[in-house]
Design a protein around this ligand. Sequence first.
Ligand SMILES: [Zn+2]
Length: 577
Amino acid sequence: MTPPAHVTYTVQVADLATTRYRVSVKAEGLRDPEVAFQLPAWTPGWYVLRGNERNLSGFSATGPTQKPLPLKQSDAHTWRVSTEGAASVTFSYDLKASDTGFGFFEPYLDRQHGFVPGPAALTYVVDGKEAPCTIDYQLPKGWQVASGNTPVAGKPHTFSAPNYDTLADQPAELGTFTRIDRTIQSTPFSVVFTGGDPTRYARWAESVFKIAQAGIQVFGGAPFERYVFFFHFSREGSFFGGLEHLNSTVLRLDPSNLRQPDAENLTIVAHEFIHAWNIKRIRPAALGPFDYMRPVRVRDLWFAEGVTDYFAPLLTVMAGLGTQRFWLGYQAEQLTQLQSNPSRHRVTLEETSSKVWESQEESEGYGGLSYYNKGLVVGLLLDIELRKRTANTIGLIDVLKDLLAQCQKSGRGYAEGEIERTASRLAKSDLSSFFERALRSTDELQIIEQLAAGGILAEAAVSKSATLGIGWDLSQVGQAKIGIVTPQGPAAKAGLLPGDVILSVDGQPLEALLGGAFTTQKPGDTLRLTYQRSGVTQQATLTLGTEEATSFRLRPAPRPTTSQAGILAGLSGKPTL
Ligand SMILES: [Zn+2]
């Protein structure tokens, strides 16, 4: 198909009472007898098919003189219009704002706010995603709009983008929100707030700006023309966390976080900001241009997410919000999580990256192994390995900078294997045995020895405790939903399945047990569980198993060599000696 010359989107707040938008997509410069419009089946950054198309209804298609044109839906995501010779076609639909909180992956609307995430709201022209776009928001009186897309001069509610991928990647916040602006090293930044205590906004924004400054410093410049941090402070809704975009990020946090704008609460902000480089611009080749119709398998998600998470606490230290002690504590927690997780014996890091689509409940990995968690640990060990082999002249950050330069030069993402090739080239040393073990085997990582080379004394304590043999699905706040069931484990033997929601244990409601959950139980004890499956309440009796956990404490080595002290300083953000 010949692509359109230009696509104009109009998003109108159509009905506050029924929380509906009306979306119009006008494709111009058409030459073919038919034009097709398609809604993405997934949202980049969250590797789950969410069924966004269920929010669309009331379809119509018109030509340039408002003349109705024949329209048919050919599958769940695709609508085809016969142009009848018209060069311009407008496809319109109602969009139900179905999110129950402040919005995240799905559109949201209430009397003060709206949130429009591109992939769940905006259809693209099939074979025409490369066409330049503009988007205009038609809003109730007094509402404003904020977005990472390019503002159109003289039109405060209109933005432009060079293509659909860019347009859709930038969500828009609508309504009567608070916005705080700051220019950092010639780049304009905005922090947009919804919810929480407004008297705390200014201090929070100060910490966010320090993180922005640290990020630019670490990567040696900003790769975007502007950047927006969207904060939704709320206890309502379906998702806590953050999602990265090209020039912005959306974070959904608990309102209590606003009281302490410190490293603890802002590491997630640093994580999302690092994504502006790692994944958005240093990106696996399969992640852009996107195939929105199919799951896209990527074996390097450990690098995109885990290594991003590895650098997040470093950014808070460099921003002056955290200390080396905080940095060590963060790494120790991640080591404890990994070394207490039996899934590390069954699933490799590349497997958990590429098979994430097969565990639809949680977008963090496959088979119980999180690519965030093991990816972070491998990032830490790789950073030490690089510094060890290069007299502390090359670190993991140099691998990211080199990959960034490669991606910017080629205009494409990096190929499979490119991370390993780049690391070996920069280290002038063959790192294949390191990568083989870390990414493609389930062999134990050499944690204690490697940390020692990095000037870190690791103390590991092994403990035995009772286990249910499940991993919780944390995507639903306030619900004890099972995400993972360990094969042959206690829950599996009791017949429990992923998706089951535990309602009570031994007759006690689960809220009373969570937090201090199951701490008084011993391996071999039996529990009576009441749970819900497909709306039906059922009972199961479960015998607790034994779980071995290794917990880590990290501190600087007491008498480090010059090399060890230098590596630790390089890793944790202190100036090298
Ligand atoms: Zn992330």
